[in-house]
Design a protein. Sequence first.
Lengths: 151, 69
Amino acid sequence: VKISVPARLRVPLAYGLAGAILAAAWLVRGGATWWFAIIVVVSVAPRVFVVYRRGGRDSDEGALAGSRVDERQQEIRVRAQALTGIVTMIAAFVGLTVEIAIKGPAWWAFLVIFAVGALGYVFGLQQYGTAGEGVPDGEDAGDDEPFPVGR
Amino acid sequence: MRNRVREQRAQRGLSQADLAAALGVSRQTVISIENGRYLPSLPLAFRIARFFEVPVDKMFDPDDEEAGT
């Protein structure tokens, strides 16, 4: 069964779903901090509404929020996502090294984030790049000399 | 890379929104192309050239590095 979500609802629904999962996690955790779930819901709900409204604007941000991007806006999104990945990897690496140095307990969490990011990068190369480079033909066939160092 | 999109659009009395709708892109992308901040993909460049009935190498001049990305 294929469920089709209207384009303009996709990003707001993703925000709402993420908020609901986070709130559920606080509820499952229970204890004295269960009410953090309410804070999550109260914080995320207006954000979902704002993103939905933004999706109706005639702007790049509106196109991104409303899931109706053209090729240039798609490029903007991909570049922003790439930057997000780089910043996350740097933050995870810094967190990992600091936690190791101060004998902190959370080093493994940073290691997991870093490792997942690294695996994602390798998967991305395989999926979008190196797997599609093809094989040379004609005069280039069999030319497998290493690329000169320094070029 | 200089292009003649703005010039061609003005000759035909089209707004940026009209051109965007005809090309199936956003108005912001037409503005970026006209300002030389965005180089369109090859398919979009051909769509623009065909829309204005101008050869693609007349619409986009690769020898002019004055503007573009």
